[in-house]
Design a protein around this ligand. Structure first.
Ligand SMILES: Nc1ncnc2c1ncn2[C@@H]1O[C@H](COP(=O)(O)OP(=O)(O)OP(=O)(O)O)[C@@H](O)[C@H]1O
Length: 579
């Protein structure tokens, strides 16, 4: 019955509607009590053969029933509103947190597990907070009230009711620890299964290509079976809880009835008192029964509470303490000064004393063999991580001095992994600049080399894309992402293998157009295919986390070294392809 701190915190977001929902729930319980008391009086009158009060008593019973119907509806609406407020605020907070944590978080957490926490976990918290908590408060107040009434009317009944009530409320607490452990086990399995399914769906083309669909299905079936086992294990403990509660409720009601009958036989009780015991004893346990029902609805929230707390308090890889606004009057110079960085758990540094300058308003290319540290360099520029040593400066100011939001708005990125949403092409483009006109969209798309293809579609820019842009080719997706980055109009443009899916003949043209359109922006280009970067104002050659050389294409080719090997490798590769 100890409320998890994360759930208490969630409840505080809707304090007022929750209080109203609890009071209304209490009022509903009072209508039950009133109905029981009125029926007891009516039955006692009938037993005595007195009928003059009966119509009034029965009318009052009907009024209690009608009032309960009205109060019940009002209560459910209020509780639903409270739950919705909690749910929306919690999801907002978690999404904002994910934004702060950035992509680095997903190298340790699985997307499917995060989704399960955000969707199912938060739904569970809603049920717990809006349904279980009000019922818990009612359960802690109504039965003592009934006991107090019966203590006056028929004290002997308390001998049966009090122990039963204590057993119903405290007995299941003996299993709390076990229930928590089973709940965690169930939640972890549920989260894992969600993550596996999402991964399998997203990776279906790769699984097909590797002929691994069957194996994956078997693995998912095993996971489903594990979830079934975890659910049954949890249910077993829950059922033991429910069993004890039911036993206490039935036993307590029967004992109270027997004691009341015994009192009648002994002549120490009145008919009214006996009927009151018979009817109120069951009302005394109604909140306990309802609590058990709401527990099942809100249980997921308890299981998810740890995961939600972990996500909400996860420490970001970088601290967002900078305040500079990144509103450079002219495109900034980018400077890396003796930058060192080693990934957590890695033995060798990804970057080991990297220094170079990307001049303001110019295009700087970063090339190097696979694993040289190119992506890491960009990740440090965007502050997905902070360097272990050295500095990254934008416009002469360390990146950490800018607020993360400002920094990420000042740097537009197009990466190899483009993400397009299930929305129209225009909506996907306007994500970068909501106020962009149709002409702006067309101009950006033209520069990115995709306008003609969009215009040829029956619905043009109003064409709805499949999830992740599934209805487009890889090259079209990349060119749309390029257009989106151009629309963002950020003073720094980062192209990370941004044209790798575009065919080579087209690539050179697009890059040329792009660099023209980039105007005086500071552009950083990472590309494997050197044709895409040979015209860059400056080329930085990285190798094994170090700068091997800096120069322009012709100078670097003449100098030999890593760059020449890359050029040679590119030629051989093309030769192979042609063969
Ligand atoms: N999340 C990570 N955890 C541990 N090591 C990593 C991580 N990401 C990259 N590395 C390592 O850091 C080094 C640099 O990787 P990086 O991705 O920056 O290279 P890259 O030049 O971009 O390679 P590619 O051209 O293949 O994309 C590599 O040795 C890589 O294995």
């Amino acid at each position: 019955m100890i409320v998890h701190p994360e759930l208490r915190r969630a409840a505080r977001r809707a304090r007022r509607p929750l209080l109203a929902a609890t009071l209304l729930q209490g009022a509903v319980a009072l209508t039950h009590l009133a109905q029981a008391a009125l029926l007891a009086l009516a039955l006692a009158d009938l037993a005595r053969g007195r009928t003059e009060r009966l119509p009034w008593l029965l009318a009052a019973v009907l009024a209690a029933v009608a009032a309960r119907a009205g109060l019940g509806t009002w209560q459910r609406r209020t509780a639903t509103r409270a739950g919705a407020r909690v749910r929306v605020a919690l999801r907002d907070e978690l999404l904002a947190r994910l934004g702060v944590l950035g992509p680095a978080h997903l190298t340790t957490a699985r997307a499917g597990a995060v989704r399960t926490t955000l969707v199912d976990g938060v739904e569970g918290v809603d049920a717990y907070v809006s349904r279980y908590l009000p019922q818990l408060l009612v359960t802690l107040t109504v039965p003592p009230l009934v006991l107090a009434v019966l203590a006056v009317v028929e004290p002997v009944a308390l001998l049966g009711l009090v122990p039963a009530l204590l057993l119903a409320l405290c007995g299941p607490r003996a299993w709390d620890r076990l229930l928590a452990a089973r709940g965690k086990e169930h939640w972890d399995t549920y989260e894992g299964l969600g993550a596996d399914y999402l991964e399998a769906l997203q990776g279906m083309p790769a699984l097909r290509a590797a002929g691994a669909v069957g194996r994956t299905r078997t693995r998912l079936e095993e996971r489903s079976a594990a979830l079934h086992r975890a659910t049954v294990a949890k249910l077993r403990v829950s059922l033991a809880d429910t069993g004890i509660t039911d036993l206490a409720i039935q036993g307590g009601t029967a004992a109270a009835a027997l004691l009341a009958c015994h009192a009648v036989l002994g002549g120490s009780s009145t008919a009214t008192g006996t009927y009151l015991v018979l009817l109120l004893a069951s009302e005394c346990f109604r909140p306990v029964r309802d609590l058990a029902r709401e527990w099942h609805a809100g249980y997921l929230g308890v299981s998810a509470a740890d995961g939600i707390a972990a996500l909400r308090t996860a420490a970001p890889g970088v601290r967002d303490t900078g305040t500079a606004p990144a509103d450079w009057t002219a495109p900034p110079e980018l400077r890396f000064e003796d930058v060192r960085f080693t990934y957590g758990g890695a033995t060798a540094p990804a970057l080991d004393g990297v220094s170079f300058t990307a001049p303001a308003g110019r295009t700087t290319a970063i090339v190097g063999p696979s694993g040289a540290g190119k992506s890491t360099l960009l990740a440090l520029l965007l502050r997905h991580h902070d360097p272990d040593g050295g500095r990254v400066l934008l416009g002469g100011r360390p990146a950490a001095e800018y607020s993360l939001d400002a920094l990420r708005r000042g740097v537009a990125v197009v990466s190899q992994e483009t993400y397009l949403f299930h929305a129209t092409i225009a909506d996907n483009l306007r994500m970068a600049r909501p106020g962009a006109t149709d002409d702006d969209l067309a101009a950006a798309a033209r520069t990115a080399g995709v306008h003609d293809e969009i215009a040829a579609l029956p619905d043009g820019y109003a064409t709805v894309l499949g999830e992740r842009g599934a209805t487009l080719s890889g090259g079209q997706r990349q060119r749309l992402a390029l257009a989106r980055a151009l629309l963002a109009d950020a003073p720094v443009l980062v192209l990370d293998e941004a044209t790798s899916s575009v065919d080579e003949r087209r690539e050179a043209g697009i890059v040329r157009e792009l660099l023209d359109a980039a105007g005086d922006r500071t552009v950083l280009v990472v590309a494997h295919r050197l044709a895409a970067v040979r015209h860059a104002d400056r080329i930085v050659v990285l190798d094994a986390g170090r700068v091997d050389a800096v120069g322009v294409h012709t100078g670097l080719v003449e100098a030999g070294g890593v760059y020449t090997r890359l050029v040679e490798a590119g030629r051989t590769h093309r030769g192979e392809l042609a063969a």
